[in-house]
Design a binder for this molecule. Structure first.
Ligand SMILES: *[C@@H]1O[C@H](CO)[C@@H](O)[C@H](O)[C@H]1NC(C)=O
Ligand SMILES: *[C@@H]1O[C@H](CO)[C@@H](O)[C@H](O)[C@H]1NC(C)=O
Ligand SMILES: *[C@@H]1O[C@H](CO)[C@@H](O)[C@H](O)[C@H]1NC(C)=O
Ligand SMILES: *[C@@H]1O[C@H](CO)[C@@H](O)[C@H](O)[C@H]1NC(C)=O
Length: 343
């Protein structure tokens, strides 16, 4: 079935009876929105009012390079809404970008997350946005991907930035099914930070999966700044179990205790490897930069959707969409990754 018709079938959000348990199809997104590096104090209403006549032909590829967030945010929200996503993890969003997304996605949406620099609103968020008719948020927390994970604003030595993970528990309203969802953004400069971050997230995901006799569903999204192969692959290899995790803070291990022997070989499974081959569509690279469309020199697959190896979810499709439109605007230097999962 073509991606779209498959997607709309899933996104009918009706419950299907599969043997005994009802499942719900959801589409989630992971998208690094690129921080607002060119603030221009234009309101969302001003951006919307300035949209051109829909019949007006643009100057094809007339714009190049990074455009201000005030322009990019319209494309970001349009893409997400037209894809009918119901859950999204973003990266690099400053508080004004979080507020803009809340405005543009509309009143069916809510979000959770904190600024990484102070645990409130300073610095970039890794926020989780969710569609309220579909999900009830049970609770949320943030941990820092450092040697002191509960100290807000703490930074791993040698990392370029403070790094966080946003953790949530949701309930699907239609079925009552609960799951854990973690969204993150690992460091762009320190491979050691990325390995530590992946190790902390894997531990936390393992803890969550081990609840309810090992039957708790876990989903993870993020910009890992780590490809699946090559010299930067450590974080990807750790979270997928290809290499062992690195030592992590013992207070963290005590707060999230994994019962001895529970799900001994728990790992995160890359959604791209967990759907039928025909369900993998769109592009390969998730990072493109703001270079001209024919310059692939920076292309990398570093943004992922994972599910816990203990199951409780089924991968249906994954798609990496373009962020480019005819006028040359690139909505972000990353492309959005869309996953269709039933759970
Ligand atoms: C942004 O725009 C508002 C409303 O026009 C104005 O009051 C404010 O001074 C502007 N801020 C900056 C930093 O330009
Ligand atoms: C997220 O968790 C914090 C800490 O428990 C809580 O104060 C806050 O209300 C939660 N946010 C939402 C949207 O539930
Ligand atoms: C572990 O993290 C906690 C909370 O952030 C911190 O208080 C503690 O000092 C850390 N332990 C070590 C050995 O660094
Ligand atoms: C975990 O993996 C090890 C090594 O492959 C294997 O011997 C063991 O049986 C596995 N444990 C479980 C619970 O699957």
């Amino acid at each position: 079935m073509p991606f779209l018709s498959r997607a709309f079938a899933i996104l009918a959000l009706t419950t299907m009876t599969v043997t005994a348990a009802a499942t719900t199809g959801i589409r989630l997104a992971s998208w690094n929105l690129r921080f607002d590096s060119m603030p221009n104090n234009i309101t969302v209403q001003q951006s919307l009012a300035a949209l051109p006549d829909p019949l007006q032909q643009p100057a094809f590829l007339g714009l190049s390079g990074e455009q201000p967030w005030s322009t990019r945010r319209i494309r970001v929200a349009q893409r997400l809404l037209s894809e009918k996503i119901v859950l999204a993890g973003f990266q690099e969003a400053l508080v004004r970008q979080v507020n803009d997304m809340a405005t543009l996605l509309g009143s069916d949406w809510s979000w959770v997350g904190v600024g990484r620099d102070d645990g409130v609103a300073a610095g970039e968020f890794s926020p989780i946005f969710f569609n309220k008719p579909v999900f009830k948020l049970i609770n949320n927390d943030t941990f820092w991907l450092s040697n002191t994970p509960f100290d807000a604003g703490s930074k791993f030595p040698g990392a370029g930035s403070v790094r966080i993970a946003t953790a949530t528990h949701f309930e699907i309203k239609a079925t009552g099914k609960r799951f854990t969802y973690i969204n993150t953004h690992l460091d762009d400069q320190s491979d050691d930070q990325r390995r530590l971050g992946a190790s902390l997230i894997l531990w936390r995901a393992h803890f969550e999966a081990a609840q309810n006799g090992g039957h708790s569903t876990v989903l993870i999204t993020g910009d890992f700044n780590s490809a699946s192969t090559g010299e930067d692959a450590g974080a990807y290899q750790i979270i997928t179990g290809a290499i062992p995790p690195v030592p992590i803070n013992s207070t963290f291990q005590q707060r999230f205790p994994i019962p001895s022997g529970a799900l001994a070989n728990f790992t995160a499974l890359d959604l791209r490897t967990q759907v039928p081959r025909f369900g993998v569509s769109g592009n390969f690279a998730s990072f493109t930069g703001f270079n001209a469309p024919d310059d692939t020199s920076q292309y990398q697959r570093i943004d992922f959707i994972f599910g816990g190896s203990n199951g409780g979810w089924t991968g249906e499709a994954i798609k990496v969409e373009t962020a480019l439109t005819d006028d040359g605007v690139i909505a972000s230097d990353h492309r959005p990754v869309f996953g269709d999962i039933s759970l």
